[in-house]
Write a protein that binds this ligand. Sequence first.
Ligand SMILES: *Cc1c(COP(=O)(O)O)cnc(C)c1O
Length: 374
Amino acid sequence: MVPSLNSIPAFDNKLQYASMEAEISAAVLDVLASGRYIGGPVIEGFEQQFAAYHRVSNCIACNSGTDALYLALRALEIGAGDEVITTPFTFIATSEVISAVGAKPVFIDINPGTYNLDLRQLAAAITPKTRAVIPVHLFGQPVDMDSLMELATAKNIFVIEDCAQSTGATWGRKKVGSIGHVGCFSFYPTKNLGGCGDGGAITTNDPELAAMMRVIKNHGQSNQYYYEAVGVNSRLDAIQAAILQIKLKYLDMWNQQRRAIASRYHSPLSQIPGIIIPQELSKGKGVWNQYTIRVLDGKRDWLRQKLQELGVNTMVYYPMPLHLQPVYANLNYEPGQLPVSEQISHEVLSLPMFPELSEEQQEQVIYALKDSLS
Ligand SMILES: *Cc1c(COP(=O)(O)O)cnc(C)c1O
């Protein structure tokens, strides 16, 4: 097979938009004509739909996944003097919000198979100052929520699920984001449920927490012009909510397409020497926001370049773990302290993954990998 001349993007959302252009345009035009651009029935409709999808009693729409995490920490009154445990192998937003509320991020290492928190290290990291843990269902793979909830309950700490990359993933019979105390979602365009701009949401079954998050996201206002907390402005636009309402109907189908793509990658890639395919836990059903392999023997950057020459674009999520980032120099982590995340950050390579990736394109990716490595 000769590589085709068309290069394959790591991510593409134009095909998806084209498949639903008429439906989205009509909904956007309706919002424009309604004059209700902030708040109102479209936002409320989306919140109800998203809560029902997750079988939780409350959903609060907000401006981004970052804000969702921030609002959760604020509503739980986590701040100066508190510690929050999370993974160093995630997008900066996860730890950024811990710092933003004045608390201290405490990083524990990851499992090299799933790239998620190594829960065996959690108990030892809990101190009297620990208030919460933020598990990240990275690349769409659910964290083992049974073990996590058992330990968190025993130690009386909150669990804030970072579901930014895992909308629609399940652990057992439950959706991620409905298991911990709070679930935080992002609708950034590259996420599984991606809007046409920024957006986020929070899910919880705790009505008091939900009420507090609503107050904080709306300038701390509980009644009009009566402020009970220092708040922020974090609203989802009605235009985004209208688009997300439509897209939510298709989310399970898209996630199923991602799963089919992942299973088509698994078997041929597992035969190729020098790479390791991602692992799934049996009780988790992931949604493959990324399909991320490990490239051994220091060949990752070389392979990435070679694939690009063959028309296959890839991404590196994430090239440097958070505990070694300059912004956290004050936390005094040493290189070698969280060895798995440090090693993995030099090995990971995320292959093209989006629901519309065709079988022919996928064959080209597999061919390019075989060609480069054997
Ligand atoms: C994207 C992302 C966020 C932040 O979401 P935004 O909507 O971009 O603010 C948080 N955590 C993880 C793991 C993410 O991938």
